[in-house]
Design a protein around this ligand. Structure first.
Ligand code: ZN
Length: 260
């Protein structure tokens, strides 16, 4: 870019001949083609599961943010996932630190990432994003209940080479499929060899990398398809969002019960 302002032209000291070669090739036609963008995401992207979420209504009123830690609806997440409405599609996910542009919008943790989905795929605040086909590790503290099962936060990812570690507060290790089994968000204790009731234990297990949408970047970005068409057709362009690791994304901190 050059400034055409006369003052600057007059006072500039030219250190060169101020002569530039002409471009040989013309830039050609540049089109924004949503279909090609979709194809690019399919080609470069990874498979994700997008699960809509709504605010947990199990609160004491509209005018405070009281919410119980052991809420039986959302288990303290403060949002309820609508798993029956989940979709699976290609999406492009990249670490936010790779793209300096986004630093102008705030300070982002390294656990933040940016997701781009194909046109027509809906993202919204608190939607859960699970990255399929890859695994991560989650370390959770659990309280040993009175029955044979304890509920874990994430469904352990199957077919994964990540090991399981389970250690109780006395330092005793327990083995998967010998002392306990895992299935559908549960640890099922098999025999008498188990942590003491009411004591905490540490459980490390494989999970799908799981994120929440925390910021929408291109929520409302539209386009009209009109070239060689009899009328203009509105098209919503692919959405982009900032996502954060699910267990780090809860922002309200309202799990502490307040006295009335
Ligand atoms: Zn709740």
């Amino acid at each position: 870019m050059r400034y055409a302002d006369e003052y600057w032209v007059e006072t500039m000291t030219h250190a060169s001949t101020n002569s530039y070669p002409k471009r040989v090739a013309k830039p050609g036609r540049v089109d924004l083609m949503p279909e090609e963008f979709n194809n690019l995401i399919e080609d470069q992207g990874i498979m994700v599961r997008i699960i809509p979420a709504v605010l947990c209504p199990n609160r004491t009123g509209l005018y405070d943010t009281n919410h119980k830690l052991d809420c039986p609806l959302c288990f303290g997440d403060e949002v309820i996932d609508i798993r029956c409405k989940a979709i699976e599609d290609w999406a492009y996910v990249q670490g936010i630190k790779l793209d300096k542009n986004f630093e102008v919008q705030g300070v982002w943790d390294v656990k933040d990432a940016q997701i781009t989905v194909r046109a027509g795929v809906r993202l919204y605040y608190a939607y859960k994003i699970e990255i399929i086909d890859f695994s991560s590790v989650f370390n959770q503290l659990l309280n040993r209940g009175i029955g044979d099962t304890d509920r874990v936060r994430y469904n352990p990812a199957p077919d994964c080479d990540t090991p399981y570690y389970l250690v109780d507060s006395a330092g005793i290790n327990y083995e998967l499929n010998i002392d306990y089994k895992i299935s559908d968000y549960q640890i099922r204790w098999l025999g008498i060899n188990r942590p003491a009731t009411g004591k905490l234990y540490s459980f490390t297990y494989p999970v799908l990398p799981t994120f929440r949408v925390v910021e929408l970047i291109h929520e409302n970005r539209y386009y009209y398809k009109a070239f060689r068409q009899s009328k203009k057709t509105p098209v919503q362009l692919p959405q982009q969002a900032i996502i954060k690791l699910d267990f780090l994304s809860k922002g309200s901190g309202s799990n502490i019960e307040r006295t009335p």
